[in-house]
Structures are given as C-alpha cells and as structure tokens.
Design a protein around this ligand. Structure first.
Ligand code: PLP
Length: 495
C-alpha cells in the first residue's frame, strides 16, 4: 500500500516520499509525516536471519513506496558499506545486563551517520525521479554531530552543495576540528555567534523565505534539508531498532514476541521518534525512555503536559542534546492530536509566540508509552566512571545520560524487561569530558594525548575519523552573526 506524506500544519495535497525528501520541510513550515505507519510484512523471525542491509530494505521499502526495488537497494548498498568500521554496521555490546546498540561505527563516529550516509543517495535519486534540474543546496543547523555527518555524506556529491551553521562556542573541540577540516568545493562551514536554537531558527527562516526561493530558482538552485526534520533522515533510523530486536532474537537473548524497552539520549526527538515508529510497525517495544541532560524541557513536558522553552539554555558535556526546541516532537504532537493539522499549527504558533504550549488531557493520555527523565552533569560523569570501573566499558557523554536515566527508571519502576540503550557517539568524540569523568588527573593532557590514553584504558583502537583530523589543515574559518546567515548563504552561491 502506497504511503503519502502530509504536512503537520495544513491539509494540502499529500506528496510522495521522494517529493518529501527533496523538500525537507513543507511550504507551510510543517514537517512531513506518513499518512499511516506501515506494518512490517516480514516476521521478526524472518528478519532475525537478515543482515543490516537486508533489514534496512525491508523497513524502508514500506515508507519510500515510490522508489523501485533497484533504486532503494542501490542507495542502501552505497550507504552501508566499508565506510563503517564493522561489518554488522550496528553492533550491540552487553554491559551489566543492558544492550548498548552502538550506532557510531560510521565515518564521523556519531549515530547521525546511520541516516546521513544514505540521505545524499536518497536525495539524488529523488531529484532524478522528479526531473529536477536545479542544484540542491543542503542547509543545515548543527549542535555538532549532524554537521560533520552531513558534510561527510554530501562532500563531492555531484549536483549538491552543503552549508553548515554551528554555534561557534557550543560544540566540542573535536567536533569543531572535524567540521572545519572538511574537504570538498561544494562545502561551507560557518560558526555563528549564537546557540544551536539560534542556528536552527535562522535556517528555518531561510527555508521559508519565499522571495529567496524564487531568486534561487532563477539562478538554478533549490534548498533542501539534511536536518532530522527530513523524512529521509527519520526513515533510515527506524531500521536499527528493527535490526536490534531481530539480532537479540537471533542470539537468543529474547524469545519471539518478548517485550523490550528502549532508551534514547534525546535532543531534537528524531532518534526516539524512530523507535516509536518501529514500535508502531510491530516491534515489541514496551517503554520508550526519553533521556535528557540539564536542558530537560522534554522531561518537564512528559511530566506536566506543558512544553515550555522559556528557560536558561545550558551548555553541557553532551552538546548534541543541548536543545530547547525539539523539532521532531511536532510529528508526535500532530499524531496525538488525532492527525489534526489545525490543532498542531495552533500549538506550534504558541511555541513560536509565547515559547510554550499545553496539550489536552486526551493528548497526554496517549503518551503512556513514553517515560521521561534527565541526568545532570554530575550524574552523567558518575555514570561513565561507574560503568568503566565495573566492566571496563567506556560510554560517551550522551550515551551516559541515557544510561544514568535508565538506572533511575529501573530504580523507580522495578521494570526489568530487557533493554536496548541507543549508544549515539563514540567516546573518542568527547574525549576530554569522558576522561575527566574517569579521573580528574587527565585534565592536564592535550586533546590528542587523551585520545591515545582512552585507546589504552578502553582497549579500543583509535577510530579513523579521529586519526584523520590529527594533522588535517583547517579549511573553513568563516563566522557570522545570526542576522547575517542569509547573506552568508547568498555569498557562497554567488548571488
Ligand atoms: C544528535 C545526537 C543526539 C540527539 O538525537 P536526536 O535525534 O536529535 O534526539 C544524541 N546523541 C548524539 C551523540 C547526537 O549526535
């Protein structure tokens, strides 16, 4: 059955998957959502005999229904290849009885690679299918990890350009070095004088600038988005939850149909929404545990039903979760409002106007599958140290937030269901915070000394992504104020 995509903010004509991927964001500022969540048409048992690429095909074919089998398999095979440093693509590590699903084995060692290694292929396939002649300009706001993963995905891809805005003082030194050393004539990296929300708001404004879009079209360009608002990011993320369940089944860690819980360190709400979709496709997932850092706007939302971004923005050691406006939550809000675009649009208008909105009791009752909690900076550091001391496994700061929240969940509920914790970044990406958490003595070392030390104590080889930037020259040093983002874009396109 064909799946069409609707905007969360109006009831216009539904579009095909390829059109939704090309546009990124709907013209009315809404996000594209599938008109129904398709059910898996293979049993979990059948899926448990498949490799990652095969599972990915079985999941994605149900959403991207206007792609041919050949087109989709092509995209999958180009994405999930030797760019990943493990053949299984998404391995699971058991530590203290929980299963850490390592999603960081791609080229930039963060889970964003899972989607961003395939998005460029989905995008150029979509352009071809829709007879697009314009060059596609990818515009991205990043809290650190999306930027590099998108750059790595799109660099050198013919018919595309990519522009990345990041908060100049809001990413880790290694994240920044990864981005500013990016090669490729079609890439631009800009540090903005503001935080991630400023970057994201700026990008959304440029996207919805109709006059600019017209000017771009005349010059042979059109925008698209690599942010997690693009359905082409969300769909590939569903695959690894299906795969994780199938693998647990294959390894006889669970029985067929056994209910598991999933914990996700959350920022923009994309990753956990993918787990929610997997559940609704038929994967036996019980609780979706949403873990936040000190920017605990989602925890407050799940406990009170009020989403309120009016608060201080905190810089934490898990910068990819330093977010006060979780864009993908809009897809869930739309759904629990009964796919009511008008109701959702009203709430989103309140969010951009007063910075907050409140959902009805009826909507709140539909959130029973979610559990929200948060870990502060001390708890996050202690969890890294605790797990390392207990079993020698080293978590990155984001995964540690999830792991600490999981401990709270078990203590609070006594729920001992088997649990998959999404491990979203390699500890090598946040070496200083990770090493300081293990022992304060490491603070005196330089960033790359810490890398070598971490490799030693964790008994893990230094990932290629880190080896590469040790000596790489800085190729991008552009900075701009938030109100100059549009001019910066035009400059890069010679407009
Ligand atoms: C992006 C990111 C997150 C947050 O994921 P969302 O899909 O935005 O909720 C968590 N951890 C890491 C390491 C990330 O890069």
């Amino acid at each position: 059955m064909e799946v069409f995509y609707n905007s969360t903010r109006s009831t216009g004509t539904p579009v095909k998957a390829s059109e939704a991927i090309l546009k990124g964001l709907s013209d009315d500022g809404g996000l594209f959502v599938p008109d129904h969540i398709p059910a898996l048409d293979k049993s979990l048992k059948e899926l448990s005999a498949m490799n990652y690429q095969e599972v990915a095909y079985e999941v994605m074919k149900l959403y991207l229904t206007d792609f041919t089998e050949e087109e989709l398999k092509n995209c999958i095979n180009r994405a999930y290849d030797s760019k990943f440093d493990t053949e299984v693509i998404a391995p699971m590590v058991e530590a203290e009885g929980a299963y850490y699903l390592e999603l960081f084995h791609g080229s930039t060692i963060a889970f964003k690679d899972m989607a961003l290694s395939i998005l460029p292929h989905l995008m150029i396939t979509s352009a071809r299918k829709n007879h697009i002649k314009n060059e596609i300009v990818i515009l991205t706001a990043t809290s650190g990890d999306t930027g590099k993963a998108a750059l790595a995905g799109f660099a050198g891809v013919e018919g595309t350009r990519i522009i990345v805005f990041y908060p100049k003082n809001g990413v880790s030194p290694i994240q920044e070095k990864q981005m500013v050393t990016q090669k490729g004539d079609n890439t631009l990296v800009v540090g903005i004088h503001g935080n991630f929300d400023d970057a994201q708001t700026g990008v959304k404004m440029i996207f919805s600038d109709k006059e600019l879009a017209k000017e771009m079209d005349e010059k042979g360009f059109q925008f698209s988005s690599a942010n997690s608002i693009n359905i082409g990011r969300l769909v590939p993320q569903i695959c690894y939850y299906v795969y994780a369940y199938a693998q647990l089944l294959a390894e006889e860690k669970i029985t067929d149909g056994e209910v598991i819980n999933v914990v996700v360190p959350t920022g923009n709400f994309g990753n956990i929404l993918a787990a929610f979709y997997a559940k609704n496709m038929g994967v036996p997932i019980g609780k979706l545990i949403c873990a936040s850092n000190d920017n605990k706007v989602l925890y407050d939302f799940f406990s009170t039903g009020t989403y309120d971004r009016n608060r201080e923005f905190m810089l934490t050691t898990s910068p990819s979760m330093d977010i006060l406006i979780s864009s993908n939550l809009e897809r869930l809000i739309y759904r629990i409002a009964g796919n009511d675009a008008a109701k959702n649009a009203e709430l989103m208008a309140a969010l951009s106007g007063q910075g907050k909105y409140e959902i009805t009791d009826d909507m709140k009752a539909q959130l029973v599958d979610f559990y929200g909690n948060y870990a502060n900076e001390t708890e996050t550091a202690e969890e890294i140290k605790r797990l390392y001391n207990n079993c020698g496994y080293v978590l990155d700061t984001h995964t540690s937030v999830a792991s600490a929240v999981y401990q709270k969940y078990v203590a609070e509920t006594g729920d001992n269901a088997k649990t998959v914790i999404a491990s979203t970044a390699s500890p090598f990406k946040f070496t200083r915070s990770v090493m300081n958490a293990i022992d304060a003595k490491y603070d005196a070392m330089s960033d790359f000394e810490l890398v070598d030390e971490l490799s030693k104590i964790a008994n893990v080889k230094v990932p290629n992504a880190i080896e590469e930037i040790r000596t790489a020259p800085v190729l991008h040093d552009k900075q701009c104020d938030v109100d100059k983002m549009k001019d910066t874009v035009k400059g890069f396109l010679n407009m």
